[in-house]
Design a protein around this ligand. Sequence first.
Ligand code: ATR
Length: 273
Amino acid sequence: MTDRYAVLGNPIGHSKSPLIHGLFAQATGQDIAYTAIEVPLDGFSETVLAFRAGGGRGLNVTLPFKLQAFEIATDPSERARLAGAANCLKFDGERILADNFDGVGLVNDLQRNLGCPLAGKRVLLLGAGGATRGALLPIAAEGPALIAVANRTASKAHALQRDFAAHAQLQSGGYDDLGGQRFDVVINATSAGLTQETLPLEASVFAPGAVAYDMVYGKGLTPFLQQARAAGVSRVADGVGMLIEQAAEAFAWWRGVRPETRAVIQQLTVPLA
Ligand code: ATR
């Protein structure tokens, strides 16, 4: 029997998840159907429960429902708990298991696909919202020399440092507090690029040979990646690999089979410029 999965979001029309999971299913011989469902802003829990009642096995969850996905879970993972957000649900009888694969997807993309090991590196995360929260634990687990979080609203970065104190040593502040520091990996986890806004970053923030990574995908060279290029950074990447790697984690969690990501990344990658 075909097992049913879906991605929930609003809007959802742009989602590449059905294509990605369809390719994974084909490659691994798994019999699944995966659709995209646009959920009314006030209808998240009803949609989840109706999908489960109809025999659905699991869900991906994207904006703006990742916090509600965490809240509806009966069994959230440690990293979902720390992020306060989930992007993946699995149904097991009455239990709703939740996890957050965004951070591990990012780390796998950086390390495996882009050849950028994080151990011993100086890592800068821009933004202090859900995207940064989801990324912190998996990054810390790789043993970087430093993780700094810079945010437009410095108090939010400080709050995040406090929340993660038991799990990761962070430096936190506003963009001005970065001073003359240089970083080997600079990750844009803000939503600024979606509105074509530029971040107040000094060119000196990029160490020689740095990698600049924008979690956004499918937007070409975002203002952040343009800033990095203008600062002389040659290794720039958008978040398409992160999207596909988090999908692979979800697929493995649901199906017990780990799909290969390389061919899917090749198929979905659009040259940045
Ligand atoms: P997400 O879940 O995608 O992380 P979020 O929790 O709303 O979304 O967080 C958005 C992040 O982008 C925040 O860090 C926000 O900064 P503030 O905390 O100061 O609001 C950041 N952000 C959004 N627009 C920005 C802009 N134009 N310049 C700088 N930072 C911006």
